[in-house]
Write a protein that binds this ligand. Structure first.
Ligand SMILES: [Zn+2]
Length: 516
């Protein structure tokens, strides 16, 4: 969820020299691309065309981004052995033996991708309706009013999309406790790794508080907001650590301008009890920054810091209204900025969120989904392409020296950088002892590649989409195999998700919403 406030080209105070300008390009060691057309692996007997029956197998990929000596490194001809929850062996070349194999020839093996900001259930109900400038408010109000079975059908459709695009870990701000419960029901069914929470205030109460013209509305909201915090805390405690640790709820306040010191303190206390941190929209527009300054005399991040919100993991989305003070707080505490290039709908203002400024400030920076597109590869690509456009335009217009974001930075932000922000060094890495969260992407085929894996396959991601993802694995469980969802019936998920969304469209039609 993001404001549509126009980004401020004049925010020159955010502009600083890149701390990442000297990052080395990750290239494969050989300069001969034809060398990758045939590999040792492809000369082996054909691998099973079915997913392995147990969590004991080897993934064989033409290239992989592995983690060695404290840094990511691209290798070719990679074999990764998975047993139960973990990666137990990583090497170049074949791992001998009769163990089951997953064939990823022509593909790039990456750690499972981490979205630092999702509202899973709200993607498909708004997509295709808001890109011309309509508000998402009414569709998501109708989503919230659905009975649980229909809400679960929509949640399932959207979570399936996230998996389809290689996104295995969701820092999920469901728009209410009800939607968080729906998310957890679906995530538990499919072995999804989720850090969920219900947004507070939830979507049913949010808009009059957020769009208030009188702060008395905020003051009057405190008792009901306290009740929501407590209800979220109780649910989160009940599922914390469920599914062998896959479910780790965070507390998810909407933003600083919809909370008082009392309610934010209650959020922070609940987050400390849970131990998984806080996830919020942070300085998501100039209006939030202005209101927070007026009410509390500080910037959004400064105010949250003063209350103790940065004691644990902290994810802040959007930051379109951030100032240098906000970046300073985030950097000092290792907070993660979730940049969401399709937040607000594809082509809307979120593509120009301050991604280059965050990199320049040295803040941990992730690419998040927000709401309307669940295609993680597409969002990775948008972050790089829009970020480069933003930096070039600002540099040309103002003489600033913002860095041009690279695909390497985007992939690092989607993997080990976000994992470090979660204080989870066992995630976001292909390394022995890490959790077996993996995805493979075809980087050699039509439209994405050149008929062979090239010498710098991360760059091919700039021509890919989620449909190029072939295999997806979380904690050893294969969820997508050869481009097919295998944890459930993909056609049934689409049919049920579509039927539920059609009810929302019918209601919108009856209200004359499409004529507005
Ligand atoms: Zn959001």
């Amino acid at each position: 969820m993001t404001d549509r406030l126009p980004h401020a080209l004049s925010r020159r105070d955010l502009i600083a020299r890149s701390a990442f300008g000297a990052l080395p390009l990750l290239g494969l060691p050989t300069a001969d691309p034809t060398a990758h057309a045939t590999t040792d692996l492809s000369s082996q007997p054909p691998s099973s065309a079915r997913p392995p029956r147990t969590r004991d197998y080897v993934v064989e990929a033409s290239a992989a981004l592995v983690y060695r000596n404290g840094a990511p490194q691209l290798i070719e001809n990679a074999s990764v052995r998975v047993r139960d929850n973990e990666i137990v062996e990583v090497r170049e070349g074949r791992i001998p033996g009769t163990v089951a194999r997953i064939n990823a020839t022509g593909q790039l093996l990456l750690p499972g991708l981490i979205s630092g900001h999702t509202h899973a259930a709200s993607g498909s109900p708004t997509r295709g309706l808001i890109e011309g400038g309509r508000s998402y408010q009414r569709p998501i109000e109708l989503l919230e009013a659905l009975p649980d079975d229909l809400l679960d059908d929509i949640t399932a459709y959207n979570v399936a999309e996230l998996l389809r695009s290689g996104c295995t870990t969701h820092v999920e701000m469901s728009l209410s406790l009800k939607q968080a419960q729906s998310y957890v029901r679906v995530a538990r069914r499919w072995h999804v790794r989720g850090f969920p929470g219900g947004m507070v205030p939830g979507t049913a109460r949010l808009f009059p508080i957020w769009r208030r013209s009188n702060d008395a509305v905020l003051t009057a909201s405190v008792p009901d907001t306290m009740a929501e915090i407590e209800a979220n805390r109780l649910f989160a405690m009940a599922v914390n650590g469920a599914e062998d640790g896959l479910i780790r709820p965070m507390m998810t306040p909407h933003a600083t301008d919809t909370h008082t010191p009392d309610t934010m303190r209650a959020v922070i206390a609940a987050a400390r009890t849970l131990g998984n941190g806080i996830h919020t929209h942070l300085a998501q527009g100039a209006a939030e920054a202005r209101v927070t300054q007026r009410l509390y005399g500080q910037s959004p991040a400064q105010w949250m810091e003063s209350l103790g919100a940065f004691d644990g993991p902290f994810f802040g989305a959007h930051m379109t209204g951030a100032t240098g003070a906000d970046w300073d707080v985030m950097k000092r505490h290792g907070g993660v900025y979730a940049h969401c290039p399709s937040g607000g709908g594809a082509g809307n203002s979120s593509g120009s969120q301050p991604y280059p400024e965050a990199l320049a400030a040295g803040v941990r920076t992730n690419v998040g989904i927000d709401t309307h597109s669940n295609d993680y590869i597409e969002n990775l690509k948008l972050a790089v392409i829009c970020g480069r456009a933003r930096a070039r335009l600002l540099n040309g217009a103002t003489g600033s020296t913002l860095p041009l974001p690279s695909v390497q930075q985007a992939v690092y932000g989607a993997t080990h950088v976000a994992a470090d922000g979660l204080r989870r060094p066992d995630l976001g890495r292909i390394a022995v002892g890490a959790k077996a969260d993996l995805c493979t992407i075809d980087v050699s085929g039509l439209l994405v590649g050149s008929g062979a894996v090239g010498p710098e396959p991360l760059n091919n991601l700039l021509y890919a989409s989620g449909l190029a993802v072939r295999h997806v694995i979380t904690q050893g469980y294969v969820q997508l195999f050869d481009g097919r969802l295998v944890v459930d019936d993909e056609a049934r998920i689409a049919a049920r998700g579509g039927a539920a969304v059609r009810q929302i469209w019918a209601q919108l039609t009856s209200e004359g919403w499409f004529k507005g």
